[in-house]
Design a protein around this ligand. Structure first.
Ligand code: EPZ
Length: 417
């Protein structure tokens, strides 16, 4: 079995490049088949989610060229074909083909999406919105058949400011008859990135990045290009590593306002950093202050940084309170951190972290993508050797994370045992 092996307690020095945002790219790629013309996406991370989505496009008849971060999609021959379970289940973002194929073909057959086990992760808000837009939704076991004879605009209020539902509605509404208004829309930067591509393709969308988005449907979209924004979650993960063991560590290719809640919390903890344009440079400090964390939708503290942040809290001198408000069971990392010597009382959505704790390396298991990231951080600061299993979770969301950390002095490698 492949594992990530880390010999901890080393300082890291140098510059780490942040890749393109996974949670943008997993929507930009399906969007590309909404036109029969060519679409180019730049700064695309080479991670398994990218490859899985490319495979789906090729199954649908599209052509893919992917190399050096540039993804070229030719959707000319795309037809709506049933998307098999083995292609749609590995990742949650396969559900973006619902909105994209409804827009292009008014028909889609796809299995329930997969994704990290961090909660029930229903797609009821997506389906409720599609039905309001004239889509018939039939569920055969865990396969969905969606069809629209007349895909039309609607006024949609999202009970939860869901990122996925917002993006799926944007796709369908872009080529629906009439106008769609989304209220309580998600405001994440990745949504602004996706709307930039759609508008570059000829869509008529306004309000992206606010809680009210208006889409005037058009008959067709044309080819376009887009640059994927930097991954704010990857950036945040490396920022915490820099705060803990940077000597100094420069994290390059960030958009500071996309990580400003993390910067605020690290500042409150006493981290030492300097922002220089699209870089942030950290120098380790010996003592951190405790802080309270509550994850919220953007622009609040991102749920995806909650798990890595738990490691920071184990190093704070005192008690830090943590509350997860987005997912009902994003707690798989806590037992593993406790095995390494952390003092954490937790239940499904709350944790009380006492510190500072001297973490000790041991065998641990990644339960999901961001839990895996937290174990890498813990391994880097722990005494001794840490071996992390289930690393496919980690490698799907962090491009070349082992190589990037090794290049700045980490004793980290992928082993097979
Ligand atoms: C996206 O997931 C991200 N994934 C998640 O990142 C991220 O945590 C999440 O947004 C919130 O920021 C991708 O973009 C691929 P949601 P998504 O719909 O769209 C509930 C990572 O680590 N909900 O905003 O699935 C849902 O269960 C991943 O990179 C419904 O109840 O998130 C959750 O509790 C993890 N019904 C909450 O809303 C629905 O129809 C937020 O989900 C949809 C969602």
């Amino acid at each position: 079995m492949k594992k990530i092996k880390i010999v901890g307690n080393r300082e890291l020095k140098g510059r780490i490049e942040v890749s393109g945002a996974k949670n943008s790219v997993v929507a930009l790629i399906p969007a590309a088949i909404m036109t029969e013309e060519k679409v180019e996406i730049y700064n695309v991370p080479n991670i398994s989610d990218t490859v899985n989505l490319n495979n789906i496009i090729e199954l649908l008849g599209g052509k893919i060229e992917f190399g050096n971060g540039i993804l070229k999609v030719d959707g000319k021959n795309v037809k709506s074909m049933p998307i098999p379970e083995e292609l749609s289940v590995p990742l949650r973002a396969s559900y973006y083909f619902m909105g994209a194929l409804l827009a292009r073909c008014k028909h889609v057959e796809i299995y329930s999406p997969g994704g990290c086990k961090i909660g029930s992760r229903p797609i009821d808000l997506h389906l409720k919105a599609f039905k309001k837009m004239g889509v018939s939704v039939i569920k055969e076991k865990n396969k969905f058949v969606l069809h629209a004879d007349d895909l039309h605009g609607a006024n949609i209020y999202l009970d939860i400011a869901s990122v996925g539902a917002t993006i799926n509605i944007l796709f369908a509404a872009s080529m629906a008859r009439g106008t769609t208004i989304i209220e309580n829309a998600a405001m994440e930067p990745e949504i602004v990135n996706v709307v930039s591509l759609l508008n570059n393709m000829g869509a008529r969308i306004s309000g992206a990045g606010t809680s009210k988005i208006t889409i005037v449907g058009v008959d067709r979209l044309h080819g376009a290009n887009i640059e994927t924004i930097p991954d704010r979650i990857e950036a945040g993960t490396f920022m915490m590593i820099g705060a803990l063991i940077g000597n100094p560590l420069c994290i390059h290719n960030i958009i500071p306002e996309h990580v400003d809640t993390l910067i605020a919390k690290l500042r409150d903890m006493g981290a030492k950093y300097k922002i220089d344009g699209d870089s942030i440079i950290f120098e380790k400090v010996e003592k951190f202050l405790p802080v309270d964390i509550k994850t919220l939708v953007y622009p609040g503290f991102p749920t995806d940084l909650g798990q890595p942040m738990a490691v920071m809290l184990t190093q704070a001198a005192g008690i830090s309170n943590f509350e997860e408000t987005i997912y009902e069971s994003r707690s798989g990392h806590f037992p593993e951190l406790i095995k390494m010597g952390a003092t954490i009382e937790f239940d499904k959505m709350y944790a009380k972290v006492s510190g500072p704790s001297n973490l000790k390396g041991t065998e641990v298991t990644a339960t999901d993508l961001r839990a895996g990231a937290s174990l890498i951080i813990a391994g880097l600061i722990a005494e001794g050797t840490t071996k992390i299993s289930n690393i496919e979770y980690i490698l799907r969301g962090y491009e070349d994370i082992v190589e990037k950390l090794k290049a700045v002095g980490a004793d980290i490698e992928i082993i097979d045992e």
